[in-house]
Design a protein around this ligand. Structure first.
Ligand code: ASP
Length: 336
């Protein structure tokens, strides 16, 4: 009798365990290439095509990794590397110009499974800042490294470097020159931040992903805001402001006027509303972007995926370069 009971228990135990093992979730991924005053009438059909195809290619990269069982971290990092290398976006190649006519890049990445994170701010010669952020997470005892120190850490660890002007593009140069001209006409301009990002276009890139094992990750990479100075750092590399991921809750990446996202701890606010409150992903995103930030005058948006694979792409600006994919489904959009 005793032996029989033993076998019955063993069978039930193995059966339940196997069921849990095979209970794979579906993957989900979302990306953004910045929010802001993106007007259809200002964009040629050809440019629109270029953006749409870049966003689709980025999703292809992420989906392939996730479908094959790769981690959410890998998908996020590889998608962001692709977007950093694409001159259309304000991250890596194509980053905006600072007041001095240079580029200072910010990036961060967070692993929802381990709650580990890495971030870099104000780096000038590392080709892919998101790689450096991941390296900080994995190979240093720190979370956030800045400027020359961060670069030295990347170089010692073998990352590719480029000269700062490698990030130049004609389009971003024009925007910077316009900002300088406007500022020169206004004697008070230099005292405020009025001519920082004067065209209200944000081109930061971000990615959030849920992998087949149910783990979440988020990452963000940015050149910051046009004509920035004084070592200004935005929200993109600030864990809890521009980026956050927590298994069992959600993964978030933001874009917009960074100062508002920092003061409102936007990425973590979304997590907190879901974790400690009763908000769904959709409710939390809506309340933060359309109510809280909007009432303060903070322009921008966020992308997020929760533990169940629900996706939100939410913005209070005119447009946001964005896309998402799940098994057999995909959407890529720029305008509302
Ligand atoms: N959030 C970024 C910053 O303030 C800008 C962007 O989203 O493009 O630096």
């Amino acid at each position: 009798m005793k032996t029989n009971l033993y076998w019955i228990f063993l069978f039930l135990f193995t059966f339940i365990n196997c069921k849990q093992e095979s209970k794979h979730k579906d993957y989900a991924i979302a990306i953004h290439g910045g929010a802001g005053a993106i007007l259809r009438k200002e964009m040629s059909a050809e440019k629109e095509k270029e953006y749409m195809s870049a966003l689709n290619n980025a999703l292809d990269i992420g989906e392939k990794i996730l479908k094959e069982g790769g981690t959410a971290m890998k998908a996020v990092e590889q998608v962001i590397i692709f977007l950093e290398d694409n001159p259309l976006f304000n991250a890596g190649k194509g980053a905006v110009f600072t007041n001095k006519g240079e580029h200072e890049l910010d990036a961060s990445i967070m692993d929802g499974q381990t709650a580990q994170a890495g971030a870099v701010g104000g780096v000038r010669v590392i080709k892919n800042p998101i790689r450096l952020a991941r390296l900080v997470m994995e190979k240093s005892p720190h979370v956030f490294l800045i400027a020359r120190g961060a670069e030295t850490f990347g170089i010692v660890n073998g990352l590719d470097t480029v000269s700062n002007d490698w990030f130049d593009t004609e389009f971003r140069k024009k925007t910077w020159i316009k900002a300088l001209e406007a500022e020169a006409k206004d004697s008070l301009g230099k005292l405020g931040m009025k001519y920082v990002n004067a065209d209200s276009k944000f081109g930061t890139v971000g990615c959030v992903a849920l992998d087949l094992k149910g783990h979440l990750a988020a990452g963000t990479s940015s050149g910051g805001m046009t004509n920035k100075r004084w070592g200004r750092i935005g929200d993109a590399p600030i864990i809890g402001a521009g980026t956050y991921a927590e298994d069992g809750v959600a993964a978030v990446s933001c874009t917009g006027h960074g100062e508002y996202f920092i003061r409102n701890v936007v990425a973590y606010d979304l997590i907190a509303r879901m974790k400690y409150g009763t908000a769904t992903l959709a409710q939390a995103s809506h309340e933060i972007i359309h109510e809280k930030l909007k009432s303060l005058g903070g322009d921008g948006g966020l992308i997020a995926v929760d533990h169940a694979g629900n996706i939100e792409l939410c913005f209070n600006s005119i447009g946001m370069y964005r896309g998402w994919a799940k098994a057999g489904k995909r959407e890529v959009k720029i305008f509302k």
